[in-house]
Design a protein around this ligand. Structure first.
Ligand SMILES: Cc1cc2nc3c(=O)[nH]c(=O)nc-3n(C[C@H](O)[C@H](O)[C@H](O)COP(=O)(O)OP(=O)(O)OC[C@H]3O[C@@H](n4cnc5c(N)ncnc54)[C@H](O)[C@@H]3O)c2cc1C
Length: 373
């Protein structure tokens, strides 16, 4: 065996395809501890697989400069065309035309099979060690001696989809510098009680603060839960809170971003206060505001400035990404380990995360192509 990939997820499969296309004579094996490849991919984009973004803003990644250098070689249109996946943009979000992740999974597995890549499922990496110029890979089923080892085992987000942190533990034992992962892109538990609002959805503008400095502002739909908030805009806020090591812990909702305070004040002057609330807000929100605040002035302020305090993230089981991972100083520009030659680190395993909208799959695929070119 010449080359072994750990993890038949987004970066592992694409990395193996890219490697094999460039080195047709080399034997390539992927080991995957779940019973099937690409299980997480099937869950992406609500089953539709939001695999790229037409307006990718590199500044939204946790380490823009590092990502910029890597993604420069990755063109999602030509890569997916090469595996017979036609993509289309819905707004700025890119999906397969079939609108199902099953097509993407089938295309990637089909291409891997066509190239002669072997995928061993239900086989878990336990450890590896250097033997002369090669690497001995130790799994729960076998031992392999390989020339190159690609680690694509991700971090801790959603254990039932394969991310159990086991590869990170192995790297920790090998002395890699690690930024301890925290759950990102997940709902948030708030200190304030939101039980009354459970199930209510509102379009609002969310501002995130760290020590009273505004660090992020985004419009979107917020879904209230019995102990906190959810929705894409909240997912993005949760990742930024994790990036700040939970120091950015105040966020404020503008419940009526389309109206200025002056406009709303004028309406209140002409109508009664209850008339004003009724004219602009969902009845459940009105009930909540009246329970949480005592005076009309406090309620009026909360309409444009409803403050919440981060208590904790919902946890890795609900997280689309892990924020943190192997420190970027541990790899070079081709994602080869600077500690151990011929070992490469791909995808989420590295300390890179991006917001919702195709950013994380773009990183997984793009990093895989860079490391194998
Ligand atoms: C519900 C959900 C929805 C998402 N939606 C989107 C979206 O629409 N767009 C987007 O860009 N991103 C999305 N993401 C994020 C995206 O799926 C991940 O960023 C991406 O899959 C990471 O790729 P990866 O190859 O690093 O890891 P993964 O895809 O997680 O693959 C890692 C693989 O390694 C295997 N593995 C782990 N440890 C071992 C071991 N010790 N031995 C053998 N195998 C091992 C795992 O089982 C897994 O198959 C979503 C995530 C979730 C959970």
């Amino acid at each position: 065996m010449k080359v072994l990939f750990v993890g038949a997820g987004a970066s592992g499969i694409v990395g193996a395809i890219s490697y094999k296309r460039n080195h047709q004579k080399d034997d390539v094996l992927i080991i995957e501890h779940l019973d099937a490849p690409l299980k997480k991919l099937l869950a992406t984009g609500n089953g539709k697989c939001n695999l790229a973004n037409t307006k990718l803003d590199l500044n939204k990644y946790s380490h823009p400069e590092f990502v910029k250098d890597i993604l420069v070689e990755y063109d999602y249109v030509s890569f997916f065309d090469s595996v017979s996946v036609k993509t289309k943009a819905m707004g700025e979000l890119v999906y397969p035309v079939s609108e199902t992740a099953v097509s993407v999974r089938n295309a990637l597995i089909g291409e891997a099979e066509r190239l002669g890549i072997k995928i061993n499922c239900s086989e878990k990496l336990l450890d590896y060690k250097r033997v002369n110029n090669c690497i001995e890979v130790i799994t729960d089923k076998d031992k392999y001696v390989v020339e190159k080892l690609y680690l694509a085992g991700s971090l801790c987000s959603t254990k039932n989809l394969g991310s159990d942190g086991s590869v990170l533990s192995i790297l920790r034992n090998h002395g890699y510098k690690i930024k301890e992962p925290l759950p990102g892109l997940c709902p948030i538990v708030t200190k304030e009680n939101t039980k009354l609002l459970d199930g209510t959805r509102i379009k609002s503008e969310v501002s995130l603060y760290q020590n009273s400095n505004l660090i992020h502002k985004e419009k979107g739909e917020v879904l209230f839960k019995k102990n906190g908030l959810s929705g894409i805009v909240i997912f993005n806020v949760s990742a930024l809170i994790a990036r700040s090591q939970n120091k950015a812990n105040k966020f404020v909702l503008d419940l009526l971003p389309e109206y200025s305070e002056t406009e709303l004040e004028k309406y209140w002057q002409i109508h009664s206060f209850d008339g004003f609330l009724q004219a602009f807000l969902h009845p459940t929100i009105i009930k909540y505001l009246k329970e949480r605040f005592s005076t009309n002035e406090e309620i009026f302020r909360a309409v444009k400035h409803l403050e919440f305090t981060f208590k904790e993230a919902y946890g890795f089981e609900f997280a689309q990404v892990s924020v943190g991972g192997v420190d970027l100083s541990m790899v070079d520009a081709r994602l080869e380990s600077v500690k151990e030659r011929n070992i490469y680190l791909l995808g989420e395993l590295l300390d890179i995360d991006g917001p919702c909208g195709g950013y994380n799959l773009t990183w997984a695929f793009g990093s895989a192509i860079r490391a194998t070119n």
